[in-house]
Design a protein around this ligand. Structure first.
Ligand code: UDP
Length: 242
């Protein structure tokens, strides 16, 4: 299972990936991006529906964190570099602005969405925001069905893993175009509600540490997923060497 997911992880540079998504948006192609972390693998281990979604040929998986890049390399997958979800989202907003395309934002709180709306007005004036919805509505499927009718070019979904990926996947076939991505807590940074790690920490691949220090409640989730993931990689490696 681990190898099957790694097979699918995008191996090239962020520069190349940016070109791909630019062309997708320009040419009305459909793409579903999943940003992989150890938690992504650990959920897939227990949840068959999530695994199926990851392995679907319509899904593009990128290595969000350094742990995925390094573990992948250990198993023989030459992943060039990290492609963090937050940078993809920033790039999507840039392209959306440049090409004057349509955006939909689904998820997080009303407060965060309103802050994001201000950021969009100020820094991305040519984005056509066709709709927003808080992620705390009762019927999330109803929201997604409404998004289908709006035919946006970019759809950011912040409902947390795996819910955001599952709802995107559930309706993906109903869309003719659109770049879809589950952004999770990145929406807090996009909206200016939370600060991203200082550049130096990002460069040193320590962004994860900054997030834990700022939000200590993440420690348990981080620890459990990362330790389990490390063991799985070790096991896989031993299996290969046998
Ligand atoms: N969220 C939501 N509705 C829910 C549960 C979560 O809109 O029912 C949002 C929440 O506000 C946050 C995001 O989903 O913006 C989840 O972020 P988290 O920090 O868990 O994501 P991570 O980046 O760690 O994957």
């Amino acid at each position: 299972m681990i190898n099957a997911i790694f097979e699918k992880v995008y191996k090239g540079s962020f520069k190349g990936f940016k070109k791909d998504i630019y062309n997708d948006i320009k040419n009305n192609n459909k793409r579903f991006i999943v940003t992989a972390n150890p938690e992504t693998f650990m959920i897939a281990k227990k949840d068959n529906d999530f695994l199926r979604l990851l392995l679907d040929k319509q899904t593009t998986i990128v290595a969000d964190g350094i742990g995925i890049v390094k573990s992948g390399r250990k198993l023989g997958y030459n992943i060039e570099e990290r492609i963090p979800g937050i940078d993809i989202s920033l790039n999507l907003l840039k392209i959306c602005n440049e090409l004057k395309k349509d955006l939909y934002v689904f998820g997080s709180t009303e407060k965060v969405i309103n802050l994001l709306r201000n950021v969009l007005n100020e820094s991305y004036p040519h984005i056509n925001l066709v709709g927003v919805s808080s992620g705390y509505v009762e019927d999330k499927d109803k929201v997604f069905k409404e998004i289908i009718n709006l035919e946006p070019d970019i759809i950011l979904v912040a409902l947390g893993i795996p819910h955001q990926e599952k709802i995107i996947y559930r309706y993906l076939n109903k869309f003719h175009k659109g770049v879809f991505i589950g952004v999770g807590g990145s929406i807090d940074v996009l909206s200016g509600c939370k600060k991203r790690a200082p550049k130096l920490l990002i460069k040193l691949n320590l962004e994860w540490l900054y997030r834990i220090i700022k939000e200590p409640k993440r420690i348990k989730r981080f620890y459990q997923n990362n330790i389990k993931f490390m063991f799985s990689i070790k096991k896989e490696k031993e299996f290969e060497n046998d």
